[in-house]
Design a protein around this ligand. Structure first.
Ligand code: ATP
Length: 254
């Protein structure tokens, strides 16, 4: 990365930012992706730039839900394609799921670039270039989906989704797993499982968890999910922000 040394206290955050900028330069990420990244950085700072206990609990539930799914699909937008393309492809392989390119400001050129990137990383099936179904309740451009992909999925893993589309997927009866650093966003409140963590930490964690849980049987996976309460986990993640901030505040008083 440019000239920032790994010892720099904000190295990981700056590296992530550069990847999004690179995504924009390559035509993979839309300009709005930069604004989303900026909001994400601010919120990540508030949670302490680490996977919190509530984030880890959501990741465990997400891994169980993906392993139990009959037709899981992983959705990839412009920011996910810039930040975690290899990890999305690896997770898809581990749970035998297809990927679908699903971007907010859709242009056919950008969809193709993301699909080409995922194929170059060795993914089998990528949906999204030829959408042939419509998600009810959304305007035309955002409603596009693929049969055999998101449209027919029982579980959709959709990091960084927008609130409307998340709600529309839930209204179709799907289980939706999102990654969103804002525990108060509509996406966070609407999803079945919300991982309040940075996508660059959440994906490696999920890959490790699906590997670790691959030998669990259906009833063991179901018992992981039975104890999971997304609203309670979101409340705890807000409490974790408050307690992290009060620690920072006390440091100012010394
Ligand atoms: P909603 O429609 O759900 O209320 P929003 O309109 O507030 O969402 P957007 O601008 O669509 O939000 O997307 C930005 C969201 O993505 C922010 O909540 C931000 O925290 C989250 N985000 C951005 N970058 C990351 C990241 N690297 N990891 C996890 N979350 C991220």
């Amino acid at each position: 990365m440019s000239d920032v040394p790994p010892s720099h206290p904000r190295y990981a955050s700056l590296k992530t930012r550069e990847k999004v900028v690179e995504g924009v330069e390559k035509g993979i990420t839309g300009l709005n992706g930069l604004i989303a990244q900026g909001r994400g950085e601010a919120l990540d700072y508030l949670i302490g730039e680490r996977t919190t206990a509530s984030g880890a609990e959501a990741e465990r539930a997400a891994a169980a839900m993906l392993l139990l799914a009959e037709r899981p699909v992983l959705s990839v937008n412009g920011n996910a394609a810039a930040l975690v393309p290899e990890e999305m492809v690896l997770l898809a392989r581990k749970i035998d799921a297809p990927l679908e390119v699903n971007i907010f400001y859709r242009t056919e050129g950008r969809v193709k670039k993301i699909a080409d990137l995922l194929r170059s990383l060795g993914t089998g099936k990528v949906f999204g270039e030829n959408p042939n179904a419509v998600i009810p309740g959304l305007d035309h451009a955002r409603a596009k989906a693929a049969r055999g992909g998101i449209y027919d999925a029982d579980v959709v893993f959709v990091p960084l989704e927008d609130g409307d589309r998340c709600e529309a997927l839930v209204n179709m009866g799907k289980k939706v797993i999102t990654v969103d650093l804002n525990p108060l966003s509509r996406t966070a409140r609407t999803s079945t499982v919300t991982i309040v963590d940075n996508v660059v930490r959440a994906l490696p964690n999920l890959i490790a968890l699906v590997e670790e849980m691959a030998d669990l049987d259906e009833s063991e996976l179901n018992s992981v999910l039975a104890g999971y309460d997304n609203r309670a986990v979101l409340r705890r993640s807000v409490e974790e922000i408050v307690s992290h901030l009060s620690g920072r505040f006390s440091a100012l008083e010394d």
